[in-house]
Structure formats: structure tokens, C-alpha cells
Write a protein that binds this ligand. Sequence first.
Ligand code: BG6
Ligand code: MG
Length: 217
Amino acid sequence: MKIKACLFDLDGVIVDTAKYHFIAWKEMSAELGFDFTEKENELLKGVSRMHSLDILLDIGKLSKTDDEKQALAEKKNQRYLDYVKQMNEEEILPGVTRFLDDLRSNGVLIALGSASKNAPLILDRIHLKEKFDVIVDGNSVSKAKPDPEVFLKGAELLDVNPKECLVFEDAQAGIEAALNGGMKVIGVGSSDNLSLADHYIPGFIKLDYELLSKWYQ
Ligand code: BG6
Ligand code: MG
């Protein structure tokens, strides 16, 4: 089936903000008195801010009141934003801008499908907003990945059948969200950490429309 639209996750796909999320959560776990590893961080990828905090507290075997959780989530976000505010277009991952332009010149529609409430700020910082026909982010969805809402909303706004949509994701929850929406999905990263995707790419350097057309005829 020919691909009419590509939907991109943001964190870890367009920019390596995944490392900033990790640093901010790791600092918080240290303050709370437990260790938080890079492997455990995989569980937080693609997951909303509050749900990430719940997973982190589970790892540390801590329980907090709702008010305490709000304060912790806010603190983590402020830390994360300290990094985001210093970002510029140099942090766009290699090959991404060229690939987006390649898709556009071949008539493929482009959407962002991110769980992040900070997505508009990040796109501003890296000057990439105008490359997307549609932006769906953590401010406009109510159900988190692996629920397909974020991607289905993108497809609806683009007026494309989900079967003709291809999602790029670095998180297991995101891959499952794409599949739950009846879409094709490429995992950005290694099949050591990710499963169920149609294909895996280490990044966008070697990917172009021609190769996509061979994979999805
Ligand atoms: C996802 C990230 O894109 O956004 C998660 O993979 C993050 O790690 C989630 O928790 C929510 O992001 P934010 O910016 O709204 O805290
Ligand atoms: Mg991601």
C-alpha cells in the first residue's frame, strides 16, 4: 500500500530530547534516594509526564500524594526546560530535514504526533514548525500512547486513511500506538529495545523516499 502521509514522533526521532528527559528524571531519582538506569528509562519513552513519574516512583518503591506528584512533575519539567531553552537547529538529528524535504517534494503529507506538551516550544527552538502540515501533541490529546489517538487525529486532520500512514517512532509505546491505529511503523533505534515495527532504522541518514517506496509498494 502506497504511503500518503508520514507521522513523526518528536522526542528521540526529530531531536534527541530523550537524553534531556533522562537527565532530568535521573536527577530527580537521585534526590529521592534511588538509582534510575538508562535501561529503565526505556519504559518512560513515549509516555506522558505524569505517567512517567508514576513509573519512576514505582521503580523507587515510593508513594506520593497527588499534590506531591504535581510538584515533582513540575520540578522535573522545569529542569527539562532548562535544556530545551538552550536548543537550536543544530540539535535536529542528522538527515531529518533532508528527509522531510524529500517527502514533501514527492507529495507525501507530514504530521507531528508527540506526547509532549513542550512540542510547540521545541519546534520553535529548532525552527522546524513549517515543515509539518499538521501538529498533534500532548496539549491536544487525552489518551496517551499506546492508545492510537495522537496518530489517528493526525491522519484525520490530514484527511488520509490510517492504512496509508507511516509512523516513525523510537518508543515501544509509540510503535504500539501506530499499530493500534492500523498504520505502518518504522522503529527509530534498534530491535534490541524495540519490537513489532515493520523496519528499524538507526536514524534518517540513509533513508529516502525511493527506499520507502520499495518497502511499501
Ligand atoms: C514523549 C517523551 O515524547 O513526551 C516522554 O518520549 C515524555 O519521555 C513525554 O515524558 C511528555 O513530554 P513533556 O514534554 O510533555 O513532559
Ligand atoms: Mg519518542
